[in-house]
Design a protein around this ligand. Structure first.
Ligand code: IPM
Ligand code: MG
Length: 358
């Protein structure tokens, strides 16, 4: 029997609540499936760790998780610590050195959930956003001089490399090709950004030639926000830069009913390093410790993790269980307008896993 070693990093805020729910669900799934086991190791990195040790994770942190099969991550963020410190000290300190360059964010309106779009039918909003996750606006290149003086200056330089753009385009075209509609939208802003985004567009055209069966189009990012709202059915797979996709994926999550549902996979497709799976929502300090966080974003991220590990049956079983539970309004947490608690949703999903005979 295959045993997968999972590194769980709950992080901060509601991260601890949803990851513990996610681990319970994964164990229930392994028990139900019987073909694989999970060995989950917990790492207490994040804001509290920072307060004790002056850093978000130990210096050899990455070595401790390098040989795990996957990472399940909650969120990083602390009210007393600047956001860029928590982000660069933990999440990006894992994503970038582990070369998790493909960030994949599926969006669907799950059973029982209502989209704020008045006219949208559940089947009309089924997207996957591919976010370039290793460079671009998040390259971390820049500097700040003359702090506090009137001539203070600061730069954040977006870096795009041919290798980086080619690999994310190829990944996105391949993903689009694997989906029934074989449809890819390349998001750009080459009308205003005249160097890197122009190269981005050129490379999209070059990679497109390798995928003659994929229909693709190009869309300026501002116009894309409109299209997502006005013509959601015209979209299937989307590829965008690090920052553009960050913004578009929050819009996508909201259009699908709640940020509490949306999952993410940070993939190193070559499998030289472990990939990392996390809900999109962040640490949400306003609801922390209340037991009302929506664990569905973590459960769906666990589905993506199982797919990546090569357990499609278990992944399907979990997704079916999730939708069985979201279909029932009694199990909607406050972000969905309900009164259910994290534990109610978790128990219901576990019961659906145990009962499911598909
Ligand atoms: C996301 C988040 C992060 C990002 C934040 C927490 C820095 O918004 O994963 O989309 O911008 O990458
Ligand atoms: Mg975001």
């Amino acid at each position: 029997m295959k045993t997968y070693k999972i590194a769980a990093i709950p992080g901060d805020g509601i991260g601890t609540e949803v990851i513990s729910a996610g681990v319970d669900v994964l164990h229930a799934l392994a028990a139900r499936d019987g073909n694989f086991a999970l060995e989950v190791e917990d790492f207490d990195w994040g804001g509290d760790y920072y307060k004790r040790h002056g850093r978000m994770m130990p210096e050899n942190g990455r070595d401790l998780i390098r040989n795990h099969d996957a990472i399940l991550f909650g969120s990083a963020g602390h009210p007393d610590i600047p956001d860029h410190v928590t982000l660069w000290g933990l999440r990006l300190a894992i994503c970038q050195p582990f070369d998790q360059y493909a960030n994949v964010r599926p969006t669907r309106v799950l059973a029982g959930i209502t989209s704020p779009l008045r006219k949208v039918d559940r089947t009309e909003l089924d997207w996957v956003i591919v976010r370039e996750n290793s460079e671009g606006e998040y390259a971390g290149v820049g500097g700040r001089v003359h702090q506090g003086l009137p001539l203070e200056a600061a730069t954040d330089v977006s870096i795009m490399t041919r290798a980086g753009v080619e690999r994310i385009m190829r990944f996105a075209f391949r993903l689009a090709q694997s989906r029934p509609r074989k449809l890819l939208t390349v998001v750009t802003k080459s009308n205003a950004q005249r160097h890197a985004m122009v190269m981005w567009d050129e490379i999209a055209g070059q990679i497109a030639a390798e995928f003659p069966d994929v229909t693709w189009d190009k869309m300026l990012v501002d116009a894309m926000t409109m299209r997502m709202v006005m013509k959601p059915e015209s979209i299937d797979t989307v590829v965008a830069t690090n920052l553009h996709a960050d913004i578009l994926s929050d819009l996508a999550a909201a259009l699908a009913g709640s940020l509490g549902i949306a999952p993410t996979a940070n993939l190193n497709p070559e499998r030289d390093f472990p990939s990392m799976f996390e809900p999109i929502h962040g640490s949400a300090f306003d609801i922390m410790g209340k037991g009302i966080a929506n664990p569905i974003g973590t459960f769906w991220s666990a589905v993506m993790m199982l797919e990546h590990l090569g357990e499609p049956q278990a992944a399907k079983r979990l997704m079916t269980a999730i939708e069985r539970v979201t279909a029932d309004h009694r199990f909607h947490t406050p972000d969905l307008g309900g009164t259910a608690r994290t534990a109610d949703v978790t128990e219901a999903v576990i019961a659906a896993i145990q009962g499911a005979n598909d």
